[in-house]
Design a protein around this ligand. Sequence first.
Ligand code: PDD
Length: 288
Amino acid sequence: MFDTVYFDGAYKSKSEVNISPDDRGFLFGDGAYEVVVAYKGRYFRKREHLERLNHSLRGLRITGIDAFSLEPILDDLMVKNMVGSADVTAYIQITRGVTERKHAFPSSDVAPTVFVRLMPVVRDPSFKTGVSVITVPDTRWSRCDIKSINLLPNCLANQLAREAGCIEAIFVRDGVVLEGTLSSFFAVFNGVARTAPKSNYILAGVTRQAALDICQREGIPCSEEPIYMTDLANAEEMFITGTTREIAPIIQIDGKPVGSGQPGPFVRRLAELYRMQAEAATTNAHSA
Ligand code: PDD
């Protein structure tokens, strides 16, 4: 299943993909990516993901491609892989292309390398029942708003989390709690959910924005304000948000229980409202 992928202008079997050793993605991690989920075969918040991909491409100064030109490929892959009404994620990766190994950009006639594939959605049961996380120092660069394929600090931190029996590591920079290695972070104080404001130090999470929009619409108190490490002990609830994890309660952080150590009422309500929105998107073309 999901054997048909798009690579360098053609649909092919995954095993037929040949990555050039001169590809700048391979040599330098010089590229951007996106992960879009599709519920029951329909992409969810696709426009937001493609807009963010364009933001990443602009940030990296990769030219010659508009993310929205990939829409027919996303649709074709659904058909070619006979997805039907399954839930899947689409992985899109664009690198600066193939040239000899020189740090400065190649000439503008070098086309970006485009790779798109579908993958099954894997839902860990703990995304519902509650996850454990650790905090780690943020060793990433200062353009975390760009979804760069250069993910070494994220991989190293995520590995530390796994070794601690946790599912996610939350980056902390200068005492400010920012986001996870592949998710956004929220904490609830006195009934108000707080998440780091958008800046170059976090990815503008599509699910983060969806959560904020739901709060706004439903009159649920929330704010985009810095969360300090020293605040965490006072949080009633915490949760992470992300395309594949949706809205997942955090029940333990750095080995200590969060609140009662069980998913609290705030996150349970928000996760339910998010699920309802995702369900609605499968029947309403306008929300896709
Ligand atoms: N990661 N922060 C970081 C650093 C991320 O990598 C991601 C997503 C998020 C959540 O963003 P969104 O809600 O748009 O998925 C926040 C993807 C899913 C990944 O790397 O696989």
